[in-house]
Ligand binder design. Structure first.
Ligand SMILES: Nc1ncnc2c1ncn2[C@@H]1O[C@H](COP(=O)(O)OP(=O)(O)OP(=O)(O)O)[C@@H](O)[C@H]1O
Length: 303
């Protein structure tokens, strides 16, 4: 079962095609991260999913409802927190919670109290007097307290200090282990994403570059070092080898389709007497390698 499913979902802001033919399946119970550089289309995708924007083409189903039909009933089961969220700034934290509570039959007062203490939010302070990070925490609190089936977070870590970030990630992980809770998150905080997400999708200029489990992504990337006899070989190298660098006797590259046997065989085909070392990569290293490969491709195709 999927909490979110999109088919050829597209969105255009007049001349800018911000999202093109997006096909995603977000399994129930997953923590699914949508990643991409600035302007890649993440917020647009989330706004379409949350029925704040209409698709120009294609469809999205969120908790089994067409995104264009999402209404009060569905939003009682969805928590949505975004960086630029409008909050009633004249209210105090307590007034905000008092205001939100009646909308949600599943509101959990014990969880509310726990989060209020954990986030160290001053209940009697007005929202307009809170710092950016505190405001984010208040928004999070009012979305977590009703234990939504689907939590959609657009840049949730921005403005949070490292300790709160850590606690929040820990809290999300704990809660997501409890069962069929789905988290859909867009973030630039790659370390937190690596800890949190079990599925990752990468957007590039509105196009989906890949969507796969974090496990599969981490297992198919390796930094390879090869030492060999003689000169750097001429000829065409496999397309899955990114960021290739070579000099006499040694070379290094990123293998984006790593399989021990196949990679070693390919190395031996290209380098005489090759000795191959494969090093695991963090998500950050993978994304830097992908971004570099993209900028090289862009430069080559621009020539
Ligand atoms: N209201 C708008 N009108 C016109 N173009 C827009 C509008 N909002 C976004 N865009 C364009 O759509 C594209 C995608 O923007 P979007 O905000 O979805 O990216 P993003 O991946 O969330 O970026 P960031 O990481 O910087 O938040 C960009 O080219 C942006 O300039």
């Amino acid at each position: 079962m999927n909490a979110i499913e999109t088919q050829n979902l597209s969105h255009r802001y007049w001349r800018t095609e911000a999202l093109r033919d997006l096909n995603l399946a977000v399994p129930v119970g997953s923590v699914f991260a949508l990643l991409g550089a600035n302007g890649a289309g993440k917020t647009t995708a989330i706004k379409v999913l949350m029925n704040l924007l209409r698709p120009s083409a294609g469809v999205a189903r969120v908790l089994d409802t067409d995104s264009r039909r999402l209404g009060e009933r569905e939003f009682a089961q969805i928590g949505y927190v975004s960086e630029n969220q409008q909050l009633p700034l004249w209210m105090t934290v307590r007034q905000l919670l008092d205001y939100c509570r009646p909308f949600y039959p599943t509101w959990d007062r014990a969880l509310e109290a726990k989060l209020l203490a954990q986030f160290e939010l001053p209940p009697e302070r007005k929202l307009k007097q809170l710092s950016r990070g505190m405001l984010m925490k208040a928004a999070l609190l009012s979305s977590l307290a009703y234990r939504p089936k689907l939590l959609v977070l657009d840049e949730p870590f921005s403005g949070l200090d490292p300790l709160v970030r850590e606690e929040f990630t820990h809290g999300l992980l704990e809660t997501s282990r409890l069962g069929d809770w789905t988290v859909f998150i867009s973030s630039h905080d790659i370390e937190e994403v690596e800890r949190l997400a079990d599925h990752i999708a990468l957007l590039e200029n509105g196009n989906l570059r890949f969507t796969e489990t974090t496990e599969s992504l981490l297992s198919r990337f390796r930094r390879i070092e090869v030492t060999f006899e003689g000169a750097v070989p001429a000829g065409i190298l496999p397309a899955s080898w990114l960021g290739w660098r070579g000099e006499a006797g040694r070379a290094s590259f990123i293998e984006s389709a790593y399989n021990r046997e196949a990679t070693e065989r390919a190395c031996r085909e290209h380098f005489p007497e090759a000795a191959v070392q494969a090093h695991p990569m963090s998500l950050r290293e993978i994304f830097i390698a992908l971004a570099r490969a993209k900028s090289i491709t862009a430069k080559v195709s621009a020539v």
